[in-house]
Write a protein that binds this ligand. Structure first.
Ligand code: KIV
Length: 527
């Protein structure tokens, strides 16, 4: 069962109970509109993974692409349509029978067809008369319905189209059998109040469900999408991380949480998967949300000032709208040069680490020192400092030990590494190839650890301590866990590969131990 986001304020709750917003369909267009983001290209296997993730998240529709735009796009849409997902799989088409034929060949459940209706589009882009636009729209909708497909129709640039013409087109396509009409704010010029007015005006004439597609040119896409729902829209188009043309589009994560937390609306979105969905799309789009991005940003549940940290440690609701787990997020306490012993002690106690007064003074000094150099000292940094002051990880916390490492390398073969790891009480063997012996060994370790080894290497520094080929090598590495926490380790050996692997295993142990402590902290009942 999906977790519920509570109302965040009694004022919000009062207004929501007056508005009585019901169920809202979520039409995701990350793979179509999102891929129109400058520089974003999803490979076929990435599209499939994103589609599966969107399905797991619970979106109603996945707009998988624009099949007539290229052979690759056709293949991608067809592949997604054949996955047997719960979500409706939809393809975009122009109002052309040839486009519709391609979409039908891709075996989609629904077709979203569009034609420009504003004066600018009709006159300059299409070079058609308004009557020809209506004729083309009606013909395409009828053609789609004759083939038994669900049909969504969009008047492109609807928000700059005269209302009388807009009503005429939407009425004509509704009569022709369109199942839903979509209202695109193609160049993002609307205000929430204008959106509300437009949707209410359309609802007086059109009986089929109304959807909106809001661009973010003026930064109001999310607010406009919510306003449309308040006015009676039954569906919103969204993209993960707000990807889309120019300044982007209304964002799935913001709109879905806003609908529930601010209006009590129902969607099928399983909000606990929001953060992992956004991270997956960041990874494949290479467009990263800023840290202060709402809901899924890395700072969205991070607390820094002494007053906030104190409040949150005592009771998280003091400075959080809702618990981070509800959207798959984690709470972070950020320490720095002003951190006091009080907050540090509370954190360490919650992590289950007992320290003496003397150790606490040392830890606090080093946290403040680090705060002077770095902007943000995270929980894992405090943990690493505490661990070094206390004197290393307790043996029981060392989940992974390297038992054996064999590396084969040379100028005519691909470097290959085989490892035997002791993971808790089991012995696990794995082998992998890489661009060099260190890379092959890191990959072999990742393979051996499977699910518990999903870390990304964020830093790797190699230094020869003394001169000469028999010099000792010092390797310093940092790894990042899926939640963005970073763990550092250093090792010295006369063999570069052994030094690297020792540091890597050490950092992984720190990450696993930290995760365990955090889990314990989450389980601990509040006194
Ligand atoms: O932005 C837009 O107008 C569109 C339509 C095709 C819905 O993407």
């Amino acid at each position: 069962m999906a977790v519920k986001i509570p109302f965040v304020s009694e004022y919000v709750e009062k207004v929501a109970s007056r508005l009585k917003v019901g169920e809202v369909r979520i039409f995701d267009t990350t793979l179509r509109e999102g891929e129109q983001t400058p520089g974003v290209v999803f490979k076929l296997d990435e599209k499939i993974e994103i589609a599966r993730q969107l399905d797991k998240l619970g979106v109603d529709t996945i707009e998988a692409g624009f099949p007539s735009s290229s052979e690759e796009e056709f293949k991608a849409v067809k592949s997604i349509a054949s996955l047997g997902l719960q979500a409706e799989v939809c393809a975009l088409t122009r109002t052309l029978r040839s486009d519709v034929d391609q979409a039908l060949k891709a075996d989609v459940d629904a077709i979203h067809t569009f034609i420009g209706t504003s004066e600018w589009h009709v006159k300059y882009k299409l070079k058609m008369t308004p009557e020809q636009v209506i004729e083309r729209a009606v013909d395409t909708v009828e053609y789609i319905k004759d083939h038994g497909c669900t049909c969504e129709f969009s008047c492109e640039d609807a928000t700059r189209t005269k209302l009388s013409f807009l009503v005429k087109v939407y009425k004509a396509v509704a009569e022709a059998g369109a199942d839903r009409i979509n209202v695109p704010d193609t160049v993002g010029v609307m205000s929430p109040e204008a959106m509300k007015y437009l949707v209410e005006s359309l609802k007086e004439h059109i009986k089929v469900p109304i959807s909106v597609h809001c661009h973010n040119d003026l930064g109001l896409a999310n607010a406009n999408a919510l306003a449309a729902v308040v006015a009676g829209a039954e569906q919103v188009h969204v993209t993960v991380n707000g990807l889309g043309e120019r300044a982007g589009h209304a964002a799935l994560e913001v709109v879905a949480v806003g609908l529930e937390a601010l209006y009590g609306a129902k969607t099928k979105i399983r909000k606990e998967y929001l953060t992992e969905t956004c991270r997956l799309v960041e990874k494949y789009s290479l467009v990263y949300n800023p840290p202060n991005y709402p809901i899924v940003g890395r700072n969205a549940f991070a607390h820094r000032s002494g007053i906030h940290v104190h409040g949150v440690i005592e009771e998280p609701t003091t400075y959080e709208p809702f618990p981070p787990e509800l959207v798959g997020q984690v709470r972070r306490i950020v320490f720095g040069k002003h951190s006091g012993k009080h907050g540090i002690k509370m954190l360490l106690e919650q992590l289950g680490l007992q320290v003496t007064d003397e150790q606490l003074t040392k830890i606090a000094e080093r946290v403040r020192e680090l705060g002077e150099q770095k902007k943000a000292v995270m929980e894992e940094d405090v943990y690493a400092i505490a661990e070094s002051v206390i004197g290393g990880l307790p043996e029981a916390e060392r989940a992974v030990a390297l038992k054996e490492l064999v590396v084969v390398t040379g100028n005519t073969i691909t470097p290959t590494s085989s490892v035997i790891l002791k993971v808790y009480d089991s012995e696990i063997r794995a082998a992998a190839v890489g661009v060099g012996p260190v890379d092959a060994s890191a990959k072999a370790i990742e393979k051996a650890l499977g699910k518990i080894g999903q870390y990304t290497l964020s830093e790797f520094r190699l230094e020869a301590i003394t001169g000469g080929t028999d010099s000792l090598a010092s390797v310093e590495i940092a790894i990042r866990d899926p939640e963005g926490s970073s763990f550092k380790a250093k090792a010295v050996d006369k063999d570069i590969v052994i030094a690297s692997v020792t540091a890597l295993v050490d950092a992984i142990n720190k990450a696993i131990a930290f995760k365990k402590l955090k889990e314990r902290k989450a389980e601990k009942p509040k006194s």
